[in-house]
Design a protein around this ligand. Structure first.
Ligand SMILES: [Zn+2]
Length: 274
């Protein structure tokens, strides 16, 4: 239990709850925390103003640098339902300070979005639908095989381009240009942190294509083998860079999936070096 000294004043508790429309700030929960009580004069409240950094020495996410004033400020609070309040203190590695700030910021943004929308929307669910679509776009050999084992480099380049287009416009097409699925581009993602990560992924995909073009122009790789074409990069570091960059892209994508609570992809199937 927190020291009374560092407990949030009622005014701060009300502020935290009001700013998120009295819903739990956990994106996977979003439970309303206030409603009518059987007693017509009372309300039922299952919401808690939780500390992001605890007020108890050695407790969850305790920050010794924080002053008591900072600990009981609105900045250090997040509105949650009772069970999520317990959840975040049971696993402080998963529910770290950065994640809780993301939850808080998004819950506040969702509260505004719901106010502005004619019908109640779950923007978080919409984000999840979009994320599932993007994950599907990465489920192709171009993100699973080592660069030396890709089929034709032209096909690889095309697959990367298709993925960039899918992220930007929500249109996923096959290599012969047939549109197989249509969604929305990443600018439709409400969650700011996820959108930023998707922007980073797109930048990295663009870099892959640019580097591939330079490698081609400078004849930095050649093909060998009959039937199944294999590639030999003359620059081992460059070859590794292609593999590591794609692994990093999948890692970023996986971190978004983890935060959103949806299943991601795994990469690589193969080690980088022989
Ligand atoms: Zn909750």
């Amino acid at each position: 239990m927190a020291n009374n000294r560092d407990e949030f004043p009622q005014k701060i508790k009300d502020l935290l709850g009001n700013r998120v429309g009295w819903r739990c700030s956990n994106p996977d929960c979003r439970k309303p925390t206030r409603g009518a009580n059987d007693d017509p004069q009372e309300i039922t409240n299952i919401g808690v103003a939780s500390h992001i950094c605890t007020a108890t020495i050695g407790g969850p996410r305790y920050d010794p640098q924080m002053s008591p004033e900072e600990r009981k400020s609105a900045e250090n609070g997040i509105w949650l339902c009772q069970s999520c309040s317990k959840l975040i203190d049971d696993d402080i590695i998963r529910y770290n300070v950065d994640l809780l700030y993301i939850w808080k910021e998004n819950a506040e943004r969702l509260a505004i979005a719901e106010l502005q929308s004619a019908s109640p929307v779950s923007t978080n669910n919409k984000d999840k639908v979009l994320l599932r679509f993007y994950v599907q776009c990465f489920d192709r050999p171009a993100f699973q095989d080592r660069i030396s084992q890709e089929g034709r480099i032209e096909d690889f380049d095309q697959a990367i381009e298709d993925t960039i287009i899918a992220l930007n416009t929500g249109v996923l097409r096959t290599q012969d240009g047939v549109i197989i699925k249509q969604s929305e581009g990443k600018s439709a993602i409400i969650n700011h942190a996820w959108r930023e990560k998707l922007n980073t992924i797109t930048d990295m995909l663009v870099a892959l294509r640019k580097r591939l073009k330079i490698a081609k122009d400078e004849n930095l790789y050649s093909t060998y083998g009959k039937g199944e074409v294999m590639y030999c990069f003359y620059d081992q570091e460059l070859e590794t860079w292609f593999d590591l960059t794609r692994e990093e892209i999948i890692k970023i994508l996986s971190s978004i999936c983890q935060e959103a609570g949806i299943s991601g992809l795994h990469f690589p199937r193969l080690p980088y070096r022989w």
